[in-house]
Design a protein. Structure first.
Length: 575
């Protein structure tokens, strides 16, 4: 039955059911899935009886979980999740340009050909994603573009908050390359970190959409760049991530404008300050080219964050996190080094095939590799058979645009080239359908190289939207997702960074959702795509199910929140 509902092949369904059966102590359900509501059956990690306040099943375990999901003490919302009786499939994915209608017609992006970042994230705690454009200077000594901030009004439009927020004055004429966000001081709001010349910028969120520069006070910013190395093509990408699992967000910045080793790691001391631990941590970049694709992600499912750094016009490293104190470059492994990709630009990770590990997509010029994680520390390039090649890729991301429970791919291409969506066909082996989308006019064709991309549901209709920015002074693009979802349902999970305190912004969390035999998970990152930031929520399509049997949020430091009986088609704020 489930295979018909989701359109899975037998092989993919078998893999999903194997994951669902990974709990300890078998339940009453013969297929290892959760017990059906109202029957009293207990499946693998399911709820017994299906009613509010009922007994819970055994804890659920699987390779991608940082700890077993324990249901004792879970918040029960009382919904009895079940397949939708009269299912209607979603239509083709539709992304419609809403820039002018949203009041963003005068918002432009501009900077170095490897600069400009964009954040699509809730900065004022109203559960609505705002838009920040991190602009800079076109090449060395060229035109300066001011960074911009637009507040989400909640009615499908945005208002310019650049001046009132202080963003304009605080950044001024700094040459900004990237933006990442996270609650570095654990005070309940989302702070901003900009990769910039000559030093990075840390802006602390003061509430009410205002900010304060705490770079020096916090010991952030890193070593100064070499002014002679800031010409066209250089890069500087900073991201947040908790590399040592102490519950506080650290920062790493990789750049071709820094002195050797070209990267630094700032450890969060837990008191709103940082210290430089680059030397003892073993972080490094390849000496060739310019770092562009930087991502903290648990590549090997061992409950710590590894670090990807891929360089345009050069090499790459995959730094494995060892014992939460140091990194080891495992790029010497032939299974990693075999990928000869000359111009990587951006990176994201998602479990595209529901086999329990994160697969990765890297945008590049001439080749956008899709790397399947084999679960044994190796990767396989499946680009050709998956039909995800593309041409001149920059910003990108995995998102489920039609809420069918399978991750699609968006990748922006440079200049006048179309933007692409690769629609996941839910097959095994993985295969995608290419869709092309036009975009707003380019001011200077041939100069709109970098295209920054970020994702959020800005109008809270359950469909993930897209915002992009280029380097040549063209207006940004806001794409409203207007796909007819059919009877597919969705969940957007808003995650606290410190359970019990109400603090928002769960960077570093893994969010897991179970519907019948299918178990999905996502990581929330503090900077990904290319030089950009997605909303700090986990956005799931749950297909033809009325809701989720359970939702769990886990942190690698051992924290966990579990909810059962969750109805679909809602923005779920984790209690």
């Amino acid at each position: 039955m489930l295979g018909n509902v989701f359109g899975k092949t037998a092989a993919v369904l078998a893999a999903a059911m194997a994951l669902a059966a990974c709990s300890d102590s078998g339940g009453d359900a013969a297929d290892g899935s959760a017990g059906q509501p109202g029957t009293g059956g207990v499946g693998a990690g399911g709820r017994a009886g299906g009613g509010a306040g009922g007994a819970t099943g055994p804890s659920f375990d699987a390779p991608f979980l940082w700890q077993p999901v324990v249901f004792e003490g879970a918040t029960d919302f009382g919904h009895q999740a079940a397949p939708i009786a009269e299912a209607r499939q979603a239509s083709a994915i539709q992304l419609v340009d809403a820039t002018e209608a949203a009041g963003l017609g005068s918002a432009v992006g501009g900077g170095n050909s490897h600069g400009v970042g964009i954040a699509f994230v809730d900065l004022d705690q109203d559960l609505l994603p705002d838009i920040l454009v991190a602009n800079g200077q076109q090449n060395r000594g060229g035109r300066q573009f001011s960074s911009l901030l637009y507040k989400n009004n909640g009615d499908g439009t945005f208002s310019d908050a650049t001046a009132s927020s202080g963003i304009g004055a605080l950044i001024g004429d700094r040459d900004v390359y990237s933006v990442a966000s996270g609650d570095y001081d654990n005070d309940g709001d989302v702070d901003l970190y900009f990769g910039a010349q000559p030093t990075d910028i840390l802006l602390a969120n003061e509430g009410s959409l205002t900010f304060r520069d705490l770079t020096l006070q916090a010991g952030a910013g890193g070593p100064a760049s070499n002014p002679a190395e800031t010409a066209d093509g250089r890069s500087k990408i900073g991201v947040f991530g908790d590399f040592d699992n102490d519950g506080f967000l650290d920062v790493v910045t990789a750049s071709s404008t820094l002195p050797a080793p070209g990267v630094y790691l700032l450890k969060n001391n837990g008191d709103a300050t940082f210290r430089d631990v680059s030397a003892q941590s073993g972080v490094e970049i390849d000496g060739r080219g310019h770092p562009c694709a930087v991502l903290f992600s648990d590549f090997d499912n061992d409950r710590d964050f590894d670090l990807w750094i891929w360089n345009d016009r050069g090499g790459k490293v995959l730094l494995r996190n060892d014992a939460l104190t140091a990194f080891t470059n495992i790029n010497t492994s032939s299974t990693i080094d075999d990928f000869q990709i000359g111009n990587p630009m951006g990176i994201d990770g998602a479990d595209i095939d529901h086999d329990g590990d994160l697969d990765y997509y890297i945008s590049a010029i001439g080749n956008n590799p899709l790397l399947r994680n084999n679960g044994d520390g190796t990767l396989t390039n499946i680009t050709s058979q998956a039909n995800t090649m593309g041409d001149f890729g920059w910003g990108l991301g995995f998102e489920d645009f039609d809420a069918d429970g399978w991750q699609d791919i968006f990748v922006a291409q440079e200049d006048d080239r179309t933007y692409l969506v690769f629609h996941n066909l839910a097959e095994s082996p993985s295969r995608f359908e290419r869709l092309d989308f036009g975009h707003g006019p380019i001011v200077s064709s041939g100069a709109a190289h970098n295209v920054a991309v970020a994702f959020a549901d800005y109008n809270r209709d359950g469909r993930t939207d897209v915002v992009t920015a280029t380097t040549d002074g063209s207006r940004i693009n806001l794409f409203s997702n207007q796909t007819d979802l059919g009877t597919n349902r969705w969940l957007e999970v808003v995650v606290p960074s410190a359970p019990g305190t109400g603090a928002r912004g769960g960077v570093g969390a893994r969010v897991i959702v179970k519907t019948g035999a299918l178990v999905q998970f996502e990581e929330i990152h503090g900077g990904s795509s290319r030089a950009s930031q997605n909303d700090h929520t986990a956005r799931f399509g749950i297909g033809q199910w009325t809701g989720a049997e359970w939702v769990a949020v886990q942190w690698a430091d051992g924290r966990q929140v579990v909810m059962t009986g969750v109805v679909g088609n809602q923005q779920l704020v984790v209690p």
